[in-house]
Design a protein around this ligand. Sequence first.
Ligand SMILES: CC(C)(COP(=O)(O)OP(=O)(O)OC[C@H]1O[C@@H](n2cnc3c(N)ncnc32)[C@H](O)[C@@H]1OP(=O)(O)O)[C@@H](O)C(=O)NCCC(=O)NCCS
Length: 144
Amino acid sequence: MLRIVPADMAHIDIIRRLNGLIFDEDRVINTFEREDLLMFLAYQDDEPVGFKIGYRENRFNYYSAKGGVLPAFRRQGIARALLHAMEAAAAQQGYKKLCFDTFPNRDPGMTIMALHEGFRLARADFNSTYRDYRLRFEKGLARE
Ligand SMILES: CC(C)(COP(=O)(O)OP(=O)(O)OC[C@H]1O[C@@H](n2cnc3c(N)ncnc32)[C@H](O)[C@@H]1OP(=O)(O)O)[C@@H](O)C(=O)NCCC(=O)NCCS
């Protein structure tokens, strides 16, 4: 059974482990000292299999900074469930939009999910650090 659970700094070791397995890097995000930091963990039958982290971008926008799902658990709707948990929490806190950046050549799944989930392309540019094209997606959040 899939469970999406809010996480905090007490779960950071679990998030670091997932981040290493999914992205093959030690850095999770640059800093956890962020306003309205939200972290979610996905558990499949009590095994942590995915995570998602976001924070305030400005008073209107909530920014989804990073997330991923272990390869063996992909295409089962886990990233979508994590996204919905973040959308609900950000809307609850009064944010108007959920936003994120992605590199479609590296991670095409995120772009496909964004388009299926009602996000609009808001910006496209060339990122000189990663030497690749980056897309920014945004979606309006409905308050319950
Ligand atoms: C992108 C990622 C988070 C998707 O996780 P996931 O749990 O497999 O995604 P879901 O099963 O919830 O997929 C939801 C929808 O997104 C789309 N999608 C996801 N991955 C896809 C892929 N590899 N190819 C095509 N479509 C994809 C599909 O529309 C899918 O719905 P469907 O399976 O009913 O067709 C996962 O592949 C991942 O961790 N990738 C590496 C890290 C990464 O890219 N992180 C995002 C950085 S911005």
